[in-house]
Design a protein. Structure first.
Ligand SMILES: [Zn+2]
Length: 194
């Protein structure tokens, strides 16, 4: 059985305990003190592949986890934002590039079960290669496939998704992708549009 992601009740700080519901152990915890029920629902991560010519925008992380390593801009969706608004905000915060949410096109989605996250990735194309690292970034750059810091990727588990983005860029055709990253490894398949 999984440990609770939260050990104490966010309402009253009482200890959380797992109980069976209808004979089943589920991913939710009861507070013994106030009786509240808490769920460890997955967090939603939004990100954006930003292309300029044959280059893709990467940001070098300033903060843990994986400080000093490179990833495409992204982060947790915040309350009150649409997914595209959240992804556009992350691009701005990490690279100084302002994108309107409606410039972002849906590109990839997937679950990362071992860290309890759902990822939603968009893509956008920009006319200028201007970018400026924000407070969460050490650096940001547009890299061709050859220039890309493959050995300093923050999340090498999803390297094949980055390769896919460069492949789509080379083909000039972007499929929609669904990916699953769990105990059995990484698997990605195109989403059919019919
Ligand atoms: Zn409580």
């Amino acid at each position: 059985m999984q440990q609770p992601a939260m050990r104490f009740c966010p309402e009253c700080a009482g200890p959380l305990t797992v109980r069976e519901v209808a004979g089943e152990k589920r991913n939710h915890w009861f507070c013994d003190r106030c009786g509240d029920l808490h769920y460890d629902s997955p967090k939603i991560v939004v990100k954006c592949f930003v292309f300029h010519g044959n280059r893709l925008l990467w940001a070098q992380r300033r903060i843990e986890p994986r400080a000093g390593f490179w990833a495409i801009p992204g982060g947790f969706l915040e309350g009150g934002e649409s997914m595209a608004e959240g992804a556009a905000r992350e691009v701005y915060e990490e690279t100084g590039i302002r994108l309107a949410a409606d410039q972002l096109e849906f590109y990839m989605t997937g679950t990362v079960t071992f860290i309890n996250q759902v990822h939603i990735a968009f893509r956008a194309t920009v006319e200028s290669d201007f970018c400026l690292p924000g407070v969460e970034s050490l650096d940001c750059r547009f890299f061709t496939r050859q220039e890309c810091p493959w050995s300093a990727m923050a999340y090498p588990e999803i390297k094949s998704a980055m390769v896919q983005a460069y492949d789509d860029l080379d083909r000039g055709e972007f499929s929609l992708w669904q990916a699953e990253l769990g105990a059995l490894g990484y698997e990605r398949r195109p989403i059919r549009d019919n």
